[in-house]
Design a protein around this ligand. Structure first.
Ligand SMILES: [Zn+2]
Length: 270
């Protein structure tokens, strides 16, 4: 599932490929269920002849800011991604919707599982206003992290995945962060020590930054703009019960935390 690093790499890919300045000349909505918040007609008419002024990201949302102040906001859910191609290039077979642009470019919304969404909004805050802090912003400090977890009784694993606590982290990177910080996933958020908070903060920044670098590298070599975290070869926690812990060799355990499969080392994470 695309998490913050995937969406950030997608943003950089779209910028690098020259989406800013391009003009929408239409929309072909073969999977209309992806469109949220307005009728298909309103979306098409709303973007027609508008230029993309900026490509922004907040949490797992990718926002194309248009020159009339509106934003076309994508959420990739499980398998979504965006490709920017010349119109002559054969379209990816899993393209669900696409947007012709000026000068014979196409923006393709590729989504094998058809769960991604696209929405045209006048005010992005409607979608992203209540999200927690961005973990790679300078304003995100160990103190901010501890404030977000203060007095919370929920397992820290669930809190890390809660977009209103911290933005952009999903199941896989949450397991990686807790493993790196040697924190047990079931630890109630409010009982973490300042030392654990520091370790989790450092792990969050390092792991997400490394993943973005790796994804950007893949894109520069002509790879896809998104790749599952497992495919990056950067994961430290084997996502398989009873596999050997990469630090101590003990068997990795799998538990379910708030319906999410969670992998951890019972010896290293206490
Ligand atoms: Zn271990």
């Amino acid at each position: 599932m695309p998490e913050l690093p995937d969406v950030e790499a997608m943003r950089r890919y779209l910028l690098g490929r020259g989406l800013v300045g391009r003009k929408f000349t239409g929309a072909v909505l073969d999977w209309p269920k992806a469109v949220k918040g307005s009728s298909l007609e309103d979306l098409v008419l709303g973007i027609l002849h508008k230029h993309v002024q900026d490509v922004a990201r907040r949490a797992k949302f990718l926002m194309l800011r248009l020159d009339d102040g509106q934003s076309l906001v994508f959420h990739m859910r499980m398998t979504g991604s965006l490709l920017l191609e010349r119109s002559a290039t054969p379209r990816h077979p899993m393209t669900r919707n696409f947007f012709p642009l000026d000068d014979d470019w196409y923006l393709l919304f590729v989504d094998p599982r058809k769960l991604g969404t696209v929405q045209l909004v006048a005010d992005e805050a409607l979608l992203v206003g209540n999200l927690g802090p961005e973990p790679l912003d300078e304003s995100f400090t160990p103190e901010v992290l501890m404030q977000r977890l203060e007095r919370r009784k929920a397992p820290v694993k669930a809190l890390l995945c809660d977009q209103n606590v911290i933005a952009g982290i999903g199941n896989i990177y949450a397991d990686e962060i807790l493993f790196s910080a040697t924190v047990h996933p079931l630890t109630p958020g409010g009982t973490l020590t300042p030392k654990q908070g520091e370790l989790m903060h450092a792990a969050t920044v390092e792991i997400l930054t490394q993943a973005i670098d790796k994804l950007e590298d893949l894109v520069s070599k002509g790879g896809p703009p998104t790749e599952s975290a497992e495919g990056l070869g950067t994961l430290k926690v084997p996502r398989k019960a009873n596999a050997a812990c990469t630090k101590c060799g003990e068997p990795i355990q799998r538990i379910i935390v708030r319906s999410r499969g969670t992998y951890f080392c019972p010896k290293c994470q206490t």
